[in-house]
Design a protein around this ligand. Structure first.
Ligand code: NAI
Length: 476
């Protein structure tokens, strides 16, 4: 598309080859194209997305387009774009793309705003979000526009020391000066959002609880075929991939600590153990801690072991997990990375400002921070999502599960929010039946043979022959 902004359109052919290969590994998305493509359910709708602009996301974008949508896209992380994927999609014209690997923070928020700004319309009809930044921008934009209308005050970038929030305030200040109701119109136009990840769902639930959510939201993360697959098996694949690509360090024999033993942490812990590391876990939730113990992992506090660990991975979705004090006490060349959604799991700002600290850039997304006493820590992807910053994220097959749920969520928003107003401004889950359908679509590719429930057996356990087979409360 003419107004796309990507790093190098010359990479489009390479991107197209990988998009074609990925289609073969994404049976759920290809089945969605086959089932829903002919009826063009999204015809005439603008569906915009903020989600890592990778090859796998490219196949999602082209599925939304195949169902009739006009699509605009940006990445939800400054390092996660695969430039050949962005070029492949932009060149084909299936979406207008604003994304490149290594955006600065102002560029990142510029891309987000461009993605949301639909020429000739107030905004998108439906939104796909990952981590909630696009949703946040609409909400903050409307809030500041209303404040401006009330007392004439503009957002003040100098009012915060947080670099990210400074960019948002600057962007909104410029926006209000140019157009006083842009984000309010955008909020009114957007009929719903489907959210990809744990952290984004957490933000949505907070907004819904305070009565601040401006449109309904579908929690894609908590589909079983998303969080129990992408978060677990995706990270099991992409965490060691990223550590190896970044450092080439031998994982076998090392002590690896994973902070957080939720879905992502479980995948990370198993991957590190699989590579031969001795794995330690930190947890705050006794249930997850007990699960870790039962799997044979040692549950510790960071303080107890900080000087003995070789590789630290934060996977909590919480903040201030690995602090400057921890990093000061680490072994020389300990590797520090984060696989949770935001970089605030590691105290990067404190590290960068630490007196006497020196930074050696080894290669893009690999930095050695050297303390005045001469010992250094190797920080990957500047504390941002390591698997997308230092590698290529999760493989296509597992993302097919996640993104088939995204397509089903967008169809749900279409039926229940765009065509009819059945949903309140709250956070909704997709029905279990659809979760089972997503799983079923991926089984043939793995050669699985399913046992068919007889009517008699179905009656005995009290479920329909064709499912759903478990109650909504069942945690797989
Ligand atoms: P989760 O809620 O299942 O797991 C997080 C775990 O961290 C919980 O068990 C919690 O008790 C624990 N935790 C919280 N604070 C802690 C602390 N101070 N110390 C130790 N443990 C603590 O969430 P999930 O799904 O595992 O996601 C974690 C993060 O990863 C989120 O930010 C999510 O958005 C992100 N994510 C990243 C992916 C990637 O590809 N990099 C993929 C999927 C999710």
């Amino acid at each position: 598309m003419a107004d796309s902004k990507v790093k190098d359109m010359g990479l489009a052919e390479f991107g197209r080859k990988e998009l074609t290969l990925a289609e073969h590994e994404m049976p759920g998305l290809m089945a969605a194209r086959k089932e829903f493509g002919p009826s063009q359910p999204f015809k005439g709708l603008n569906i915009n997305g903020s989600l890592h602009m990778t090859i796998q996301t490219g196949v999602l974008i082209e599925t939304l387009a195949a169902l009739g949508a006009k699509v605009r896209w940006c990445s939800c992380n400054i390092f996660s774009t695969q430039d050949h994927a962005a070029a492949g999609i932009a060149k084909a014209g299936t979406a207008t793309v604003f994304a490149w690997k290594g955006e600065t923070l102002p560029e990142y928020w510029w891309c987000t705003e461009q993605m949301m700004t639909v020429p000739g319309a107030d905004g998108c009809d439906q939104l796909v979000d990952d981590g909630g930044d696009a949703t946040l921008l609409i909400h903050k934009g409307k809030e500041y526009e209303e404040k401006f209308a009330k007392d004439g005050s503009l957002p003040d970038p100098a009012s915060t020391t947080n670099a990210e929030f400074k960019c948002i305030l600057q962007l909104l200040k410029d926006s209000i000066q140019a157009d006083k109701t842009k984000y309010s119109r955008m909020a009114a136009k957007c009929k719903g959002v489907s959210e990809e990840t744990t952290t984004g769902v957490h933000r949505l639930r907070e907004m819904a609880a305070k009565g601040e959510l401006l449109f309904p939201a579908i929690n894609v993360n908590d589909c079983v075929t998303k969080s129990k697959f992408d978060n677990v098996y995706g990270c099991r694949h992409s965490l060691p991939d990223s550590i190896m690509r970044a450092t080439d360090v031998m994982i076998g024999g090392k002590r690896a600590l994973v902070a957080g033993y939720g879905d992502v942490g479980k995948g990370c812990a198993f991957a590190m153990r699989g590579a031969g590391a001795r794995v330690l876990i930190t947890e705050i939730d006794p249930i997850c801690a007990l699960q870790a113990c039962m799997e044979g992992f040692q549950v510790v506090t960071l303080e107890e072991v900080v000087g003995e660990v070789d590789i630290f991975t934060s996977a909590t979705g919480n903040f201030k997990i690995i602090t400057l004090e921890h990093m000061k006490k680490m072994k020389n060349n300990a590797i520090v990375c984060n696989i949770g959604h935001f970089d605030n799991e590691i105290a990067m700002e404190d590290l960068e400002k630490s007196p006497g600290i020196k930074v050696e850039n080894i290669k893009p997304q690999v930095d050695r921070f050297v303390f005045p006493d001469g010992h250094g820590v190797i920080v990957l992807a500047s504390g941002r999502l390591v698997n997308l910053g230092c590698a290529t994220g999760h493989p296509s097959f597992v993302m097919s599960c996640s993104f088939t749920n995204q397509v089903l969520a967008q169809l749900d928003i279409l039926e229940n929010c765009t065509k009819a107003k059945k949903y309140k401004n709250d956070v909704y889950l997709l029905p279990k039946k659809l979760d089972e359908k997503v799983a079923a679509l991926h089984l043939p590719a793995l050669g699985a043979s399913m046992t068919k429930l007889s009517k008699e057996q179905a009656d005995y356990i009290g479920v329909p022959v064709e499912g759903p087979f478990k109650p909504d409360t069942y945690r797989s």
